[in-house]
Design a binder for this molecule. Structure first.
Ligand SMILES: [Zn+2]
Length: 381
């Protein structure tokens, strides 16, 4: 069987014969000059040179993608239209260039390549940039090569970092030959970007052990509530009381977590003087199921609890206060679970989580980090 060396075609429909010698008709039009080796000066200052503003969500993805690349992993960025996808990969581009690695950025459509050129040039003023597309192929080599997918065939085993945007778009999608050239031009790792990733794209990234990132908006897939940390070694009871009053006035129910049963009982004895519709629950309360179900029905407006309620309970419009959040009882996972009580309903996705503590310790810090991370990383594949 004839296998085309250039594109891997084996379909006899696209195989012709000249003097009984087979040739591939599928990639016949892909017959231009190949790119030569291009040396890129490593520039370790580059990472610091970049200055552009990213939202916190973008920031997390930009860093995550860079780390994936640094660990020789592919990435798929699922970002909604107009979310500023291109800027998400600048950090990775800078990282690659700082080691003198070859960068390519490919897009199915020529007009997008042209549009991208100015942006990339101004973001990377100390690097050479070239655009390669049909009718514009005189300069094939540069530190950063922007090209249509149709031009990838010129770059065999060439790119240390290859970014591909709009992979779901015509003419790349479903075009086997472009897909083959994409894989052949890749020497290192790729970053795929799409507003609507197809299952085949997800599979491709997953099969290579890559990472999956999603840039969310607050219009769907609302992010987790990031807890507010209030450091106050003294008078926390007063602060808690004030906050509780506010929640009750807003007609919102509240959980107050205490690290121990004793502390839960003590706080309840103080608060119940001012706020009648509350209760305390912990493992020693024999009627705790009744209390919890009464709370769910709205008969209680606040519950003081130990970590027995850290998971499993979903109450609409619930607010959460954690007292003594720096207590060794609370590790990062517990704090994340507790914070996750809030904003669980689609029609009540917002809310407040407040960590009152003596000091912000490592568990609190890493819980906050993980929550922020989870707001951007949908899943690690
Ligand atoms: Zn071929």
């Amino acid at each position: 069987m004839f296998v085309c060396e250039k594109c891997g075609n084996t379909n006899s429909r696209y195989i012709g014969y000249i003097n009984n010698k087979p040739y591939c008709r599928l990639c016949l039009s892909f017959n231009g000059k190949s790119a030569s080796f291009h040396y890129i000066n490593p520039n370790s200052d580059l990472k610091e040179e970049l200055s552009y503003e990213l939202s916190e969500e973008q920031e997390n993805i930009a860093t995550g993608v860079k780390e994936a690349f640094a660990n020789h992993k592919n990435s798929l960025i699922h970002a909604v239209c107009g979310a500023g996808k291109t800027e998400l990969v600048y950090r990775t581009i800078a990282y690659a260039l700082s080691f003198g690695l070859q960068v390519g950025f490919t897009i199915p459509r020529k007009d997008v390549v042209i549009e991208l050129e100015e942006r990339i040039k101004s973001a990377f003023p100390s690097n050479s940039v070239t655009s390669v597309y049909g009718g514009h192929t005189s300069n094939l080599e540069a530190d950063i090569i922007l090209l249509t997918c149709h031009q990838l065939y010129r770059y065999e085993h060439y790119f240390d970092l290859l970014i591909i945007d709009e992979t779901d778009a015509f003419p790349y999608q479903g075009n086997e030959i472009l897909h083959t050239y994409f894989n052949k031009s890749l020497k290192g790792n790729f970053i795929m970007m799409s507003a609507t990733p197809l299952p085949s794209m997800i599979k491709e990234v997953r099969d290579t052990g890559g990472k999956f990132f999603e840039l969310k908006t607050r219009y769907h897939g609302h992010p987790l509530i990031v807890p507010k940390v209030i450091v106050s070694p003294f008078f926390r009871d007063i602060l808690i009381s004030k906050k509780l009053k506010q929640f009750l006035n807003d007609n919102k129910q509240c959980f107050i977590f205490e690290p121990t049963i004793d502390k839960a009982e003590i706080l309840f004895n103080k608060l119940k003087i001012f706020y009648k519709q509350g209760a305390v629950v912990h493992s020693k309360k024999s009627n705790r199921e009744e209390i919890i179900s009464a709370f769910k029905k709205g008969e209680y407006r606040y519950l003081i609890t130990t970590s027995i309620l850290e998971r499993g309970v979903t109450v609409k419009n619930l607010q959460v206060i954690v007292d003594d959040a720096s207590s060794p009882i609370y590790d990062e996972k517990t704090l994340i679970q507790i914070a996750g009580r809030v904003g669980r309903k689609i029609d009540a996705w917002d809310g407040e989580v407040i960590f009152f503590c003596d000091k912000e310790n490592d568990e609190i810090r890493s819980a906050l980090e993980k929550i922020k991370e989870a707001n951007t990383y949908v899943k690690n594949m």
